[in-house]
Design a protein around this ligand. Structure first.
Ligand code: PEP
Ligand code: MN
Length: 341
């Protein structure tokens, strides 16, 4: 918190304010400019609740510079968090690779893709059972049947399952079948849903909202953490800008920003981030080079026939190429990633 004194404030006004702060045990840093004196206040500001500093003589305004979030911030927890999903850690030295079709379409489609991404070394299979589509006429997902197919794919491949939830009801159903729930971009500020996954306690991938600032995004995590669930992984998936060549503008700078101000891990989704399959691999490389803890990639065995997001889906062959390049980059970033053949 910073107290900006009025240009007409006297020396006595300034010392009255600093003495009041010191008498409450707060640290005080005074910076005297040519016209204005600014007083920086250090310590637990909650004790100022009953001290109306704004009313003291010579005080112009009070500026609160403390973050609007607490639990998700590094001030609260300086060391990086590692989210453990069964035997797979997210946020440690090992990169987390999540891959799968945008939507679960059929048993055959899912298992083909699951086996292919497993062969390349992905630890997680993603697939949407509930699809929050922009158009109400587009394919909306197989719902619980989709979760059943995902659970079946886990049985057959050992991959851990990530899938989106869109309502309190879908959280309850999802947790019977899957390992990590995903909050999609369109629901990042669905506070009721955030509270629901907070109560559920399960690992959560929290995608960045379409037009969300980093602070709004961290506050969405704060809603989940406030319910006692600290198992959150941020996912940068691109934001809306004036650029229309790509579907979204992938904000790679969000990766080091989140790393600096939050202890939670962050992964990147270059599929939704670009909307174009040819851009997925270069942006995946950029994400890992920027310090991301993992990737979320849309893979389809036949993208031109995909029921959802075909243009940004890569084939298993292209996914294999991508992970081989990530594997070369990983040691440079002091990360581990091993292709399992
Ligand atoms: C998805 O993962 O398929 C999806 C809908 O992503 P987003 O919420 O980032 O648009
Ligand atoms: Mn998609």
């Amino acid at each position: 918190m910073v107290i900006v004194m009025n240009p007409k404030a006297t020396e006595k006004d300034i010392s009255d304010v600093t003495n009041t702060l010191k008498s409450l045990g707060l640290g005080v840093h005074v910076s005297k400019g040519a016209h204005v004196t600014i007083i920086g206040v250090i310590g637990d500001k909650s004790i100022l609740a009953d001290t109306p500093l704004e009313l003291m003589s010579g005080v112009d305004k009070i500026v609160h510079i403390m973050e609007s979030y607490k639990l998700a911030g590094r001030t609260f927890k300086p060391e990086s968090s590692v989210i453990q999903v069964k035997n797979a850690p997210i946020g440690g030295k090992e990169l987390a690779i999540i891959a799968g079709p945008c939507a679960v379409e059929s048993e055959e489609q899912l298992i083909k893709t699951a086996q292919a991404v497993k062969k390349c070394g992905a630890q997680f299979l993603s697939g949407g059972a509930y699809k929050p589509r922009t158009s109400p006429y587009a394919f909306q997902g197989l719902e619980e049947d989709g979760f059943k197919m995902l659970a079946q794919a886990r049985e057959e491949t050992g991959l851990l399952i990530v899938s989106e939830v869109i309502s309190a009801n879908s959280v309850e159903i999802a947790l019977k079948y899957i390992d990590v729930v995903q909050i999609g971009a369109r629901n990042m500020q669905n506070f009721q849903l955030l509270r629901e996954v907070g109560k559920a306690g399960c690992p959560v991938i929290l995608k960045r909202g379409l037009s969300a600032t980093i602070e709004e995004w961290i506050n969405a995590a704060e809603y989940i953490m406030n319910e006692g669930n600290y198992n959150i992984i941020f996912c940068e998936r691109g934001i809306r800008t004036f650029e229309t060549y790509t579907r979204n503008t992938l904000d790679i700078s969000a990766v080091p920003v989140i790393k600096q101000i939050s202890h939670l891990p962050i992964i990147v989704d270059p599929s939704h981030g670009t909307g174009k399959w040819r851009l997925v691999e270069p942006m995946a490389m950029a994400a890992i080079a920027a310090g991301a803890d993992g990737l979320m990639i849309e893979v389809h065995h036949d993208p031109k026939c995909a029921l959802s997001d075909g243009p940004q889906s890569i084939t298993p062959d292209n996914f294999s190429h991508l992970v081989q390049r990530i594997n070369k980059l990983a040691p440079i970033m002091d990360r581990q990633y091993n292709i399992v053949h």
